[in-house]
Design a protein around this ligand. Structure first.
Ligand code: FE2
Ligand code: FE2
Length: 235
C-alpha cells in the first residue's frame, strides 16, 4: 500500500487554489492519504469547509487525526463530524483497517522526551498537565490494542521522539511531543509512525526499539530538495 502523508496544512480559504492544483497528483501516486493534524489554522468550520472540498475531490481514502490548532475554537467535535460525513476516517484513539493495513491514530500531547519527561509531582496544575500527556498515551494504547493486522501504521500529531523535532528551538522541545507515546508504540510494535506539529524539525527518526518515525509537516516537506506537499511511504 502506498500511503501519501502530510500535516500542518493550517488551511485557510486563501490557500484553497494553490493546494487544490498541487494536490491533484496525489491520487495517481498513492492508495491512501493521511493528514497528521493541524488541518485548519483556528479550528473553525469555515476553514474546514473549503478544505473538505479539496479532499473530497481527490477521491482517495483519507485518514486524519486532529492537531492542536483544530482545537483552538472548541469546535473539534464539529470538525470531526463534518469530515466523517464526507467519508473521511477521523482517528481519535481509534483504529481503522484497510486492505490488510491497520491504522491507529490519535492527536497525542506534549510533555517532553527521555529524561526530560515531566512527571506528576507538586501542584495540581502540573498533575493535570501531565495527566493530559498520559491520557494521550492511553488513547494511543487503546487504538493500537484494537489492531489485528500484521502491517501497522501509527498516526499522531505530536512527535513521539526528539529526533524528528531537532531543528526547532531547544526551549520548546517539551511542547512538541512526548516519549510517552514512543513507549506505547514500542510495546505494541508498528511498521511506520507519522506525525506533524514540528514545522521545522527533521524528516526521519526512529523509536528506541527502531521503528521508523517520519515528521510530515508540510513546511518541512516543502523545504526539502525536491520540495513536496506530501511524502509517499510503502508498507
Ligand atoms: Fe502545525
Ligand atoms: Fe500543531
Amino acid at each position: 500500500m502506498r500511503i501519501a502523508a502530510t500535516a500542518d496544512l493550517h488551511f485557510t480559504p486563501a490557500r484553497f487554489s494553490a493546494l487544490h492544483d498541487q494536490l491533484n497528483r496525489v491520487r495517481d501516486e498513492s492508495d491512501v492519504f493521511v493528514l497528521a493534524g493541524d488541518l485548519t489554522n483556528f479550528g473553525k468550520p469555515e476553514e474546514m469547509e473549503p478544505l473538505l472540498n479539496v479532499l473530497v475531490r481527490l477521491r482517495l481514502p483519507t485518514i486524519v487525526v486532529l492537531g492542536n490548532h483544530d482545537y483552538e475554537s472548541g469546535r473539534e467535535a464539529d470538525l470531526m463530524r463534518m469530515m466523517t460525513q464526507e467519508g473521511i476516517k477521523v482517528l481519535d484513539g481509534s483504529a481503522y483497517e484497510r486492505d490488510g493495513v491497520g491504522f491507529a491514530g490519535t492527536k497525542g500531547f506534549v510533555g517532553g522526551f527521555g529524561r526530560g519527561v515531566l512527571t506528576a509531582f507538586g501542584e495540581a496544575e502540573i498533575k493535570a498537565f501531565v495527566r493530559a500527556g498520559m491520557d494521550g498515551a492511553l488513547k494511543l494504547e487503546r487504538a493500537m490494542s484494537q489492531l489485528r493486522t500484521k502491517k501497522r501504521v501509527i498516526i499522531l500529531h505530536y512527535s513521539p521522539i526528539a529526533a524528528t523535532v531537532e531543528g526547532e528551538a531547544h526551549e520548546i522541545y517539551p511542547f512538541l511531543g512526548t516519549s510517552r507515546l514512543a513507549e506505547v508504540i514500542d510495546r505494541h510494535g508498528a511498521d511506520l509512525v507519522l506525525h506533524g506539529h514540528a514545522h521545522t524539525g527533521k524528516c526521519d527518526g526512529k523509536t528506541p526499539a527502531g521503528i521508523p518515525v517520519h515528521n510530515v509537516a508540510i513546511t518541512l516537506l516543502q523545504s526539502q530538495n525536491p520540495p513536496g506537499l506530501y511524502r509517499v511511504f510503502d508498507v
